[in-house]
Design a protein around this ligand. Structure first.
Ligand code: ADP
Ligand code: MG
Ligand code: MG
Length: 210
């Protein structure tokens, strides 16, 4: 059947951790321009700890997998991104629940719930120059693809492309949330670090065996 296993979702998470590690210095450079130069080190520290937690006790359900990652991010990463990415993963986990498998529509619903968690916590909307601007288009693209009968793997590729476009679209935006908002007009012309990390999350999904 088309359902994905916890093991496949875990490969997605591990691939994301790998991409974050590879891009740590780049993410930190982006944050140096409009923040406090710690986004790459924050996310890398958090995802390394998440992978260590997965190594220590392999999760048996989709819910346990994402909840573990979310709790680890919340407890090891401070600042904005710890609670925001932590909530994203925690909401994905609570939506997928106590099940070893997930249907494509459940994966899409979980990602949408994750976006809702980010909004509940950070109150960002479209055009605020945050991770929202990459995540919301990705959620939209995945929902549309599945509704059109596209399979999950191809739907995730469309979500990846939407996230990348959303990331690129943050460059001309004026930041209205987070540290970058303190810069006002001087935030214009710089790509948002958190949106860049979201694009890596969707990139990782296309590199996992969905
Ligand atoms: P900090 O700003 O505390 O140093 P990070 O540098 O790790 O945290 O993360 C910064 C990123 O967090 C930003 O690039 C942005 O995408 C995201 N962000 C900040 N505030 C918000 C918010 N209120 N809602 C959504 N995302 C936010
Ligand atoms: Mg920062
Ligand atoms: Mg910081």
């Amino acid at each position: 059947d088309e359902n994905v296993t916890t093991a496949v979702l875990e490969q997605w998470v591990r691939r994301f951790a790998h991409l974050v590690a590879e891009n740590r210095d780049y993410l930190t450079e982006l944050d140096a321009a409009i923040g406090d130069a710690d986004h790459g080190s924050n996310m890398d520290r958090g995802m390394r700890a998440a992978v260590a937690a997965l190594d220590a006790s392999p999760p048996e359900t989709c819910g346990a997998l994402f909840s573990k990652v979310g709790m680890t991010l919340v407890s090891t990463v401070g600042g904005a991104s710890g609670p925001l990415f932590g909530t994203l993963f925690l909401r994905i986990g609570s939506t997928l629940g106590d099940d070893a498998n997930a249907a494509p529509l459940e994966v899409a619903a979980a990602l949408r719930a994750g976006l809702g968690g980010v909004v509940d916590r950070g109150k960002a909307g479209p055009g605020d120059k945050t991770m929202y601007d990459a995540l919301a288009p990705a959620v939209e693209a995945l929902d549309e693809a599945l509704a059109a009968g596209t399979d999950l793997a191809a739907g995730l590729k469309q979500a990846r492309d939407a996230a990348a476009a959303g990331r690129d679209a943050t460059t001309p935006m004026l930041a209205r949330k987070g540290r970058a908002s303190y810069l006002g007009e001087r935030s214009v012309g710089h790509q948002d670090p958190g949106a860049t990390t979201v694009a890596l999350l969707l990139e990782a999904a296309t590199e996992a065996p969905f």
